[in-house]
Write a protein that binds this ligand. Sequence first.
Ligand code: E4P
Length: 216
Amino acid sequence: MRIFIDTANLKEIKDAADMGLLDGVTTNPSLVAKEGYKDFKDLLIKICEIVDGDISAEVVSTISDGIVKEARDLAKIHKNIVIKVPIIKEGLKAVKILSSEGIKTNVTLCFSPSQALLAAKAGAYLISPFVGRLDDISHDGMNLISQIIQIYDNYGYDTQVLVASVRHPMHVVEAALMGADVCTIPFKVIDQLVKHPLTDIGLQNFLKDWDKLNKS
Ligand code: E4P
């Protein structure tokens, strides 16, 4: 499973990249706004310098012509830029045009298997189902992932399933067990994935024993 980080924070991206686990980065307008970046293109260039993998950049137009224009512009920044497009009718029209031009798309804000099916038909490179936001309203987010994987397998669609809106380590583990292609993870959850209390206790004891040996 490819691992992306879900953030626009350069320090977090660098930290995760240094651990050797990053295959890409996802951003969205809210994440960029949180960091206070006014120059989106400059931010994307900086991210592309840190990570050699898919970097998702989201459009803000909601009309297909506008989405295509924004996408072409963003795609020129770097070969690794993937255009995030919302799953609305105008978005699907744009995805069809962009995929025919060889511009990769990440179809975002997916909350149902029917939306995922349409995204694949339009030629999406990635589909981003938001599991955490479904869990938040008492729906089973991970069940959506399993349904999309089954539909894509049934018909051999090339669109890759990217598990998004991850809230905790079990989302990541379940994504891997289900065979999701990609999981985009917030920095806090990456930290939680590494941590284990028995590792910490074990390491503490090893170091204490080593110290004792060298002092005896
Ligand atoms: C990623 O592509 C999405 O934009 C992101 O995972 C949304 O996560 P949230 O539900 O925590 O905002």
